[in-house]
Write a new protein. Structure first.
Length: 154
């Protein structure tokens, strides 16, 4: 190769490099447009996802209360009565004193489950609305008056 060829190749290379260096990145406007699009997507989708999450916790609590109600009904069939408020839901796992025909534990778990928000379920016997018991979750704020599953009056 001659020196002229090398010089010509070098000048072409440096011209290309300058051209590429001007094009090699994103402009501020392009980045702002992308961020605006991502922000609008998150703004539209985010609340729906959070709503589904809270709905799923409520459904989980309702299913757990149904399971507790089924276990209480099994306790009733064996013992002839529902656990007292003092005995509570622990009577579904440990034999209460004075119950001879206890065939438990009536729950598969080793302890009484907590609601999806980490609070214990409350139990009352007899129930407030004439049923033999009420099982309730205090909901996300941990205050009384959340979700309640009462039994039907017998």
């Amino acid at each position: 190769m001659t020196s002229q060829t090398i010089a010509l190749a070098g000048s072409l290379f440096s011209r290309r490099r300058r051209t590429y260096s001007r094009r090699a990145g994103f402009t501020l406007v392009e980045m702002l447009v992308v961020l605006a699009i991502i922000g609008s997507i998150v703004g539209l989708v985010g609340p729906r996802v959070l709503n589904y999450l809270s709905d799923s916790k409520v459904k989980t609590a309702e299913i757990q209360m149904q399971n507790l109600a089924s276990a209480l009904d099994l306790f009733y069939l064996d013992a002839g009565r529902y656990p007292s408020t003092e005995e509570g839901l622990v009577a579904l796992i440990q034999r209460p004193s004075g119950v001879s025909s206890w065939n438990g534990p009536y729950l598969k778990s080793t302890g009484v489950p907590k609601d999806p928000w980490g609070h214990p379920y409350s139990y009352r016997s007899p129930g407030q609305n004439g049923g033999p018991y009420d099982v309730a979750s205090n909901g996300p704020d941990g205050r009384a008056g959340g979700l309640t599953r009462g039994s039907q009056a017998r």
